[in-house]
Design a protein around this ligand. Structure first.
Ligand SMILES: [Zn+2]
Length: 72
């Protein structure tokens, strides 16, 4: 682990790739470009949408393309 003194919001994926942060409606999503794995964070309790996304990850590029998820 290097410390170059920069503070970044990116997290690292378990594959070693960088996760990029996206913001949506009351949610944040961290997407790894390398393996496609993602984490969702929401303040909505028992959010069915997140569960839906976890079962349909192929929809994420569409959400980004349509502007629902905005890269931050
Ligand atoms: Zn990854």
């Amino acid at each position: 682990m290097t410390d170059d003194g920069r503070i970044t919001e990116e997290k690292l994926c378990e594959c070693g790739g960088k996760k990029y942060k996206y913001a949506g409606f009351r949610m944040e999503l961290y997407l790894c470009y390398k393996c496609g794995k993602f984490d969702c964070v929401t303040d909505i309790k028992d959010d069915d949408f997140i569960e839906f996304l976890e079962h349909n990850p192929e929809l994420i590029p569409h959400l980004i393309g349509s502007g629902y998820l905005i890269k931050t």
